[in-house]
Design a protein around this ligand. Structure first.
Ligand SMILES: [Cu+2]
Length: 289
């Protein structure tokens, strides 16, 4: 976050830090990496790329940790992830009155307001700024900025850590049922991302809305909250566990098209599609693959 961006400031004037290179990449590609055949593989590659940057550019010697949602589903705000201690991902936001959060694109199951909603004020990211977005905010009162969130819009990280979400949709049972109950990649990835028409969040949407707030509750801008990387570390881990139940048939299994929930309608994705991987490399690392 203290290193300068490599993104061209004429294209994305709000990208100030190296971290923003990653945030912008996710904003820019959101409509072709969610509800698509490449959802899992794109986010695996994105998380790995970020880990590489931490290791190769920031002196980090560890690996990208994962957040095992179910372990603390009963009380996420007091978990080592969100308890505000030195090695947490910072704590809950301070209380700020807000409406229920529309996590799903339906009127079902609006997330009831919790104890947060305002800026985080503890832990390592309490003074960090999110520079880009919002693009599609779900926290009430968060104002939009022009140009698809590419202008400089520094603000605090806001959260409303929700046990309402975690107990219903990100329990240990939610995760083990997902791993054991679905044999095709289509069923697995759809269940993981959520059956919105039936009010099911899926563990992917649930993880994002356990933290919620701004930028975490915004599908475009969610990597602006650093807990994103731990959440997607776990998404990737769960996919890997599922793949290993039948590695021969599941390692290279893909299903679905190349547009968000096939809107607008598009062709089926192919394993040979290389475009998205090369775009991650180009936009995050600014190297030509
Ligand atoms: Cu994403």
């Amino acid at each position: 976050m203290s290193k300068p961006a490599r993104t061209d400031s004429k294209v994305v004037p709000g990208a100030k830090s190296r971290y923003d290179d990653f945030l912008y990449t996710h904003i820019n590609q959101t409509l072709s990496i969610h509800g698509t055949a490449n959802f899992l593989s794109w986010h695996r590659y994105f998380t790995w790329t970020y880990e590489q940057a931490l290791r190769n550019e920031c002196g980090y010697q560890g690996y990208q940790p994962y957040w095992n949602w179910g372990k603390w589903a009963n009380d996420p705000a007091n978990s080592p992830i969100f308890d505000g201690s030195d090695y947490s991902m910072s704590g809950n936001g301070v209380f700020q009155a807000h409406d229920c959060t529309q996590a799903l694109p339906t009127q079902l199951n609006c997330v009831p307001p919790g104890a947060g909603g305002g800026c985080i004020n503890s832990g390592p990211f309490k003074n960090s700024k999110v520079n880009l977005g919002p693009v599609s905010p779900t926290l009430s009162g968060v104002g939009l900025v022009p140009n698809n969130g590419t202008v400089y819009n520094p603000r605090c990280i806001r959260r409303d850590v929700s046990s309402w979400v975690s107990t219903r949709y990100a329990s240990e049972k939610n995760t083990t049922d997902l791993i054991t109950g679905y044999t095709t990649i289509d069923d697995f990835q759809t269940t993981m991302q959520g059956d919105f028409a039936n009010g099911e969040y899926g563990v992917h949407t649930a993880g994002h809305f356990i933290a919620a707030g701004d930028p975490g509750g915004d599908i475009f801008t969610s990597p602006g909250d650093p807990v994103f990387w731990l959440h997607h570390g776990q998404i990737d881990r769960v996919w890997w566990i599922w793949q290993n139940q039948d590695i021969k048939n599941r390692q290279n299994a893909i299903g679905g098209t190349i547009t968000l929930n096939n809107s607008p309608p598009s062709r089926d994705a192919k394993l040979e599609d290389f475009n998205l991987k090369s775009r991650v490399l180009k936009e995050c690392l600014l190297v030509t693959p």
